[in-house]
Design a protein around this ligand. Sequence first.
Ligand code: TXA
Ligand code: MG
Length: 355
Amino acid sequence: MKTELIEIQSKDLRTAAGREILDRAAKLLQDGEVVAFPTETVYGLGADGMHASASAKIYAAKGRPSDNPLILHIAKFEQLSGIVSEISENARKLMEAFWPGPMTIILAKHPSVPLETTGGLSTVAVRMPSHPVARELILRSGLPIAAPSANRSGRPSPTTAAHVMEDMEGRIPLILDGGKVGIGIESTIIDMTGEKPVILRPGYITPAMIEEVVSGVSIDPAILGGPMAAELKPKAPGMKYRHYAPAGDMFLVEGESGQVIKKINALVKEKQSEGYKTGIIGTTENINQYCADIIRDLGSRIEPVKIAANLYGTLREMDQLGVQVIYGESFEEGEFYGAIRNRILKAAGYQIIKV
Ligand code: TXA
Ligand code: MG
């Protein structure tokens, strides 16, 4: 299959040429095909979420285990009635506060959503993205669009169309290129099948932001801190897989910043002497003090939003440059840093060196 890459910026949506591109993409979706598109978080791999055969194509393109459910993307509140069976008062409050935006809500599914889309679960994940290209594509298709992140299973999520091409060339017919995404890590997932919000995946929308709208927020214990204990089964099935990972062996070094720099440089020296190509992923405050084959700056610690936006692209770059061993600075828990810590720990397969 030939994979076409077509550029479409938000400003093009008002032009005839832009509308033509979206019509073509929407038609492919209606025909049960897979189209990659930008969202405000990461690129998605979309297909008709109401047809098992279309969802099946997503799983095939990603190489994703079929027990890992997909998120249904909508553009209007009216689309909810066909995909969920009930919306609690608290769930509605969250939707009104955070949609469109980087928040996914888990609710009881409507019988017409195929089990193939929900990985066999009786619940369904729903999100209303804010990216204008995503919104327009969903509206034009008239469908709830099932879309996981557009990476091959296990790789870092794509934040540019080039990343999608890297993973999906020859596997899907069309990629809409809307440029680099804004947020760069996946949406916050909140289970609202009970009374109170339970965070199943941390993201741009933080526990404190949710608490302001509905009190009593908790975090699924399986996603906190260290490697998941075998007994703790994460409620978001996808969170159990090693994920977001570069090909190189990655370690996080944790501790006081001066000690961390010393330790990372020492480890790099050791690995270089054994003949490995080494990489360091650090922050602006420390970056000039490192020595390695490849050194990348995620951004300043006072701007965690930038760090998140650069993370996946940097992990991919390490792969492209053939880096074999990667040392990264770590990040502490806490509001937005919770999401960064969650992703970087997974990227490193929970290999932590404490100093
Ligand atoms: O930002 C995002 O959410 C991106 C963009 C494309 O919208 N999508 C995304 O999808 O990250 P994906 O498939 O890569 O991650 C979805 C996560 C998986 O961990 C999956 O297990 C979980 O959501 N999930 C989906 N349906 C669920 C359900 N019914 N109950 C619990 N977890 C669910
Ligand atoms: Mg994903």
